[in-house]
Design a protein around this ligand. Structure first.
Ligand SMILES: [Fe+2]
Length: 392
């Protein structure tokens, strides 16, 4: 076993290679508990994670519960209509407010700890605590649930456990030109594919998602005929985000408009797209784990949460322009589209699970990256900056 400081030196060396000489990372970075613990501390307890769609928490009292980097949290829409992300740990003796409750979402007027029935308002302030009037240590004001940082961008709710986190909005403003005017803020849910747990390190999943080279193999009969790997174009981008344009193949195109192939659609295309946008599916990844696939008529958002060195949870959300939900036959077509997504995800997941297993092999070692895999090199540089900064 390589000592952690030496492994991090190797990461720094990989990240310092020019892209033409880039290689995949040492396999140990993908399964060791000490590496994951460092990632929790430097990445998942600090960075912004997309956890929900604001539209799914639009009514006062709407809530969702989940754990982020081991921290039990509650996303809730307040009586004032404001979204907050609160700790789920009772300020009395620390029980999870959701203890014994299998539901992970719902609508509530308040939250009650099942241990001693302390009750909190939707904004996290304490509403009441029985039998506490004789305690001189008790004050209602001091017993509010801690609140973490939250921002909404394009309708996605991002949270950070680091109250000192640099604001997310300026960083994402730099991503917006890649969207070319597409604004997902008003897009509605077209359904969710609950994938659940995958026994795969988060980086294996993100690397797979951010390159299309594997359309050749993993998706040889599904995506490759639609979006040939050879025709995918990567935008120039700094190290913290990546954008790929998947041009529809000549065979799958439904026509040509102003010299651009026309991408097939399930629903009417979003209004206002240029002929070029109408010809491609855009993949956007923002590190560590924001990932969305935007076709001319719909989008898939991958809601990922790492849960351990070799596991994560995944839900795939179908998003559509709001008017699309009123289309005749929408429910059936959306269900069919989610089934297609399930098939493609099954291909990716089978590959990722097998890669994860082989990363433990004695013979596993870094290999050279193709020019299609620039996003992996960018992720290496982003990781090195956080896990192995120069001079640390
Ligand atoms: Fe894939």
């Amino acid at each position: 076993v390589t000592p952690l400081p030496r492994l991090l030196d190797t990461l720094r060396c990989h990240a310092a290679l020019p892209f033409e000489r880039a290689e995949s990372l040492p396999p140990e970075l993908y399964h060791r508990a000490d590496v994951y613990e460092l990632e929790q501390e430097r990445i998942f307890r600090r960075e912004w994670m997309a956890v929900a769609r604001a539209a799914d928490l639009a009514q006062p009292g709407d809530w969702q519960a989940f754990d982020l980097a081991g921290e039990p949290v509650l996303l809730v829409c307040g009586a004032d209509g404001r979204l907050r992300v609160l700790s789920r740990v009772c300020r009395h003796r620390g029980l999870d407010l959701g203890h014994g409750q299998p539901a992970q979402r719902g609508n509530a007027r308040s939250f009650q700890c099942p241990y001693h029935l302390w009750t909190y308002r939707l904004d996290g302030t304490l509403l009441g605590a029985p039998e506490m009037e004789r305690s001189r240590a008790f004050s209602r004001e001091r017993c509010a649930l801690p609140e973490f940082a939250l921002e909404v961008w394009q309708g996605f709710v991002f949270v950070s456990l680091d109250r000192e986190a640099a604001p997310l909005a300026p960083r994402l403003r730099e991503v917006e030109p890649a969207l070319g005017g597409i604004d997902l803020s008003g897009w509605a849910s077209g359904g969710v594919l609950g994938w659940g747990r995958a026994d795969v390190n988060w980086k294996v999943a993100m690397e797979n998602a951010c390159e299309c080279y594997h359309h050749l193999g993993t998706h040889g009969t599904t995506l490759q005929p639609l979006w040939p790997a050879q025709e995918v174009v990567l935008d120039a981008s700094p190290d913290d985000w990546v954008a790929s344009r998947l041009r529809v193949s000549a065979e799958a195109a439904t026509g040509v408009d102003a010299g651009h192939r026309v991408h097939p659609t399930f629903f009417p295309a979003a209004p206002g797209l240029t002929p070029q946008q109408r010809s491609e599916t855009l993949i956007l990844g923002v590190f560590p784990m924001f990932f969305v696939v935007i076709a001319p008529d719909h989008a898939f958002w991958f809601r990922w949460l790492p849960t351990g060195p070799e596991s994560h949870e995944l839900d795939i959300h179908l998003l559509v322009p709001a008017a699309t939900r009123e289309e005749p036959g929408f429910a059936e077509r959306a269900a069919a589209l989610l089934e297609l997504a399930r098939g493609v995800q099954a291909e990716d997941c089978a590959t990722n699970v097998a890669v994860q297993r082989c990363l433990h092999a004695r013979a596993a070692a870094p290999g050279p990256l193709s020019h299609h895999e620039r996003p992996l090199w960018q992720l290496q540089r982003w990781l090195a900056e956080r896990l192995a900064p120069v001079g640390a």
